[in-house]
Design a protein around this ligand. Structure first.
Ligand SMILES: Nc1ncnc2c1ncn2[C@@H]1O[C@H](COP(=O)(O)OP(=O)(O)OP(=O)(O)O)[C@@H](O)[C@H]1O
Ligand SMILES: [Mg+2]
Length: 264
């Protein structure tokens, strides 16, 4: 049995648009917008899976369904065989940009997820451990507005990991970062994945991120969304796409699949 199973998953949204498109537009049925339909996917325990796909194809929707933030219109999400009906923040943590509470310091934001811990010393040690891991020592008492974009993102990552969730869902975690911070964060996430070995699902628009980081890459099509490719990457890390013919070829294949005919 897979750790996470998506079975014949469908999600419809009611469209508020009053102006209808032509009848030939078969992705819109009545006022419904079908974000996902007939999606079957499995995720194994401890896997780092990257999901690629065109904008609007339903990637974030899929993560929200797995995290239990939304309910599927049909089909189901099973985690260890049990159907997910509600959010469960202790086991699934969704990493999102600007996830820090602006009126709390870095330290207080991290403490939030550890309310259940009574032993103050243990709690403080744990917070310190993750602050060190993301190199934010000295900034514990800063508020989010007092951090740079990259530092904020690292604090968000530490905030996610300190909870020690069973699963970590990341929706475009590196978007908006400068190049060097992006590279660094990518390395950090891979190292942390090796270190803590938790199941991670990451949505990204960066093909190179997927190829450098993932145990498995999933490519989705545009709506009506289908799974276009599932590819296991048995390539040792650290990976260098330029020096690895398999990864280079796969990169070209994915670019083509996403509608880019040449790489500039
Ligand atoms: N709450 C909502 N209400 C109505 N429609 C929604 C809602 N959330 C998403 N949608 C629609 O569902 C489709 C999929 O959206 P989703 O955010 O999952 O796409 P995505 O693949 O994450 O896109 P992007 O790469 O741009 O983030 C879009 O057409 C979007 O307009
Ligand atoms: Mg999205």
């Amino acid at each position: 049995m897979a750790y996470i199973e998506l079975i014949n998953l469908r999600k419809e949204y009611i469209e508020r648009r009053t102006h209808r498109r032509s009848k030939a537009d078969n992705e819109h049925q009545g006022d419904k917008l079908i974000a996902l339909d007939g999606i079957d996917l499995e995720f194994q325990e401890g896997e780092l899976v990257c999901i690629l796909g065109p904008s609007g194809c339903g990637k974030s929707t899929m993560l929200r369904l797995i995290a239990g933030f939304e309910k599927p219109t049909a089909g189901k999400v099973l985690i260890q065989g049990s159907e997910i009906r509600n959010p469960c923040p202790e086991s699934v943590f969704v990493f999102q940009q600007d996830g820090l509470l602006p009126w709390m310091t870095v330290w207080e934001n991290m403490e939030l997820g550890l309310n259940h811990m009574d032993n103050e010393d243990e709690k403080n040690d744990r917070i310190n451990e993750y602050i060190e891991l993301v190199e934010l020592v000295g900034f514990e008492n800063n508020y989010p507005y007092q951090l740079s974009g990259g530092m904020k993102r690292r604090a968000e990552l530490a905030r996610a990991l300190v909870v020690n969730p069973e699963m970590l869902m990341m929706d475009e975690p590196f978007t908006g970062l400068d190049f060097l911070t992006h590279m660094k964060m990518r390395e950090e996430v891979v190292n942390m994945h090796e270190f803590i070995g938790k199941t991670m699902i990451m949505i990204t628009h960066f093909i190179d991120d997927a190829l450098t980081m993932a145990d498995r890459v999933i490519v989705l099509s545009e709506r009506p969304t289908k799974v276009k490719m599932i590819r296991e990457l048995n390539v040792q890390r650290p990976r260098n796409i330029e020096k690895d013919p398999v990864l280079r070829e796969l990169r070209d294949e994915i670019y083509l699949m996403l509608g880019v005919s040449y790489v500039v």
